[in-house]
Design a protein around this ligand. Sequence first.
Ligand code: FO1
Length: 329
Amino acid sequence: MGLKIEGGDGSVEDLARLKVAALAGGVGAAKFLRGLIEIVPQENVSVIGNVGDDLTLYGLHISPDLDIVMYTLAGLVCREKGWGVEGDSFNCLNMLSRYGFDPWFKLGDMDLATHIYRTYLLKSGLTISQATLELCKRLGLKVKLIPATDSYLRTIIISNEGRLAFQEYFVKRRCEPKVLDVVFEGADRAEPAPGVLESLEEADVIVLCPSNPILSIGPILAVKAIRRLLRRSQKPIVAVSPIVAGRALKGPADKIMLELGLKPSALTVAELYRDFLKVFVVDVRDGDLKPEVEELGIEVVLTDTIMSDLTKQTALARETLKAALRSHM
Ligand code: FO1
């Protein structure tokens, strides 16, 4: 389907016919996507997910960002934390600590079932994208959630305390070490998982969700073929800023930007995406940045980006799609 919907005025009915491909990290992305599926049928949505924060614990393969999206869209996520399963218990983890393990990564009992089944599928010979498809199907999701790559790709934090795997930095060390650099191990050789390039090519609109541009979207864009496709794409590519008034909506994006010598602001996010971004949805509180972002050749749309409830998540998703459509009229 082309972007010009006959008689189309960006109305709700028009938006519902769009095919959307979204690049997504964790909690911020999941909230945005939860709003998006109120507007666009799940069947029309492909989500390209981050696997840079994956880890192995107790012999189990854990994909936190994929699970955050999967649990949120399946209505299972713990609403307070934005990750894990609502109402989960921690009996298994408590028993593991009696066996001498340090339970630094909070895996609930129901969450563990996901990691057990994923690991079982991987050990049976499935790829991570095939295993994710199976998990999503079992949870009743119609959204196509595709890990950016089936290859090994891990985010490594080069810090003042040495090299740290992402979750060691993020959870175990509570983002305290100073970040000197961020590297994506394996990215050079990583190929997009089956369906990733196809969904980007078939989409009417490509969205970069409000996720950390370095830690969450960074590993996806580090897959060379993905960034190459975005650069060449004629599609409306729209990003939602995860930074509002110089502060990250969630997580350490602002701290990391400062430590890497970048000013934490929506303008910096636009600069990180400038080689492919066409439209940038920025919070109304950052209206003063509009001229500088537009100087980069990126259209700016100002709106309320704080997603405190489903109504606001849906409104942000609607504004984002409308902005993308308007830019292509
Ligand atoms: N985040 C935490 O801050 N502490 C945890 O113990 C923790 C456990 C966890 C378990 C499963 C899961 O899917 C996510 C989990 N997260 C936890 C969130 C996760 O570390 C991050 O939010 C993402 O990796 C960054 O998007």
